[in-house]
Write a protein that binds this ligand. Structure first.
Ligand SMILES: Cc1ncc(COP(=O)(O)OP(=O)(O)O)c(N)n1
Ligand SMILES: Cc1ncsc1CCOP(=O)(O)O
Ligand SMILES: [Mg+2]
Length: 209
């Protein structure tokens, strides 16, 4: 699968009260190519149930599910995985999930982290946060120049995250982002129709470039 386009990430607060599946389905209908299940709770039974439902939804839309942080859950479901710098060994995850699995790595704002992640077998390299993020305000910053330097040096697709909106996404894509990862500007919406509309607008930015 070509890693390019909208990368939607779930948020347990924004998608509470029965919104998870309808809002995610709207994002997929609007063209999201990757979906990350990001749930920091330790409610394992609910996490498994939700992740299974999301995997099946993704399958119906030709998209791929990525589980955040949790190698065990990703292995159990046979889906992709996103690992941050504190989330365990990327090469061990690659060995366990196999060569075809999508495994992404957080590289904050540092080219050195990206080079290491690439050497360890990452499928994509995620930089950010690029802008103020209400979801993760304390995330280390990354610069637009870094994105250009990474694009020139590394063949892996680059993902841009952190405060991404419809206004600032075009610049990220111009500077080399193959995917834009979005939480708030996608899912802080009044209803599913609005999510679909936003997902479509984000996705169309890629058609134009
Ligand atoms: C696509 C993408 N990029 C970066 C992150 C952040 O991962 P991490 O640094 O491990 O922080 P948490 O998301 O686990 O709080 C991500 N999840 N997805
Ligand atoms: C998980 C994560 N890592 C860096 S910023 C961020 C949050 C992105 O969410 P938003 O799109 O709402 O800024
Ligand atoms: Mg993490």
């Amino acid at each position: 699968m070509k890693l390019r386009g909208l990368y939607a990430i779930t948020d347990s607060r924004l998608l509470a009260d029965g919104r998870l599946l309808p809002y995610v389905e709207a994002a997929l209908r609007g063209g999201a190519r990757l979906l990350q299940y990001r749930d920091k709770s330790d409610e394992d039974a609910r996490r498994l149930r939700e992740a299974e439902a999301l995997r099946d939804l993704c399958l119906r839309y030709g998209a791929q599910l990525i589980v955040n942080d949790d190698l065990e859950l990703a292995t159990r479901l046979g889906v992709g995985l996103h690992l941050g710098q504190q989330d365990g060994s990327l090469s061990a995850a690659r060995a366990l999930l196999g060569p075809k699995a999508i495994i992404g790595a957080t590289c904050h704002g540092q080219l050195e982290l990206a080079e290491q992640a690439a050497a360890d077998g990452a499928s994509y390299l995620a930089f950010g946060r690029f802008f103020d993020s209400s979801t993760k305000p304390g995330a280390p910053p990354a610069s637009l120049e870094l994105l250009e330097r990474a694009r020139a040096r590394l063949p892996q697709p680059l993902v841009a995250i952190g405060g991404v909106t419809l206004d600032n996404a075009p610049e990220l894509i111009r500077r080399g982002a193959a995917m834009i990862a979005v939480i708030n500007a996608l899912f802080a919406a009044a209803n599913a129709a609005e999510v679909e509309q936003r997902a479509r607008a984000f996705s169309q930015l890629f058609a134009a470039t």
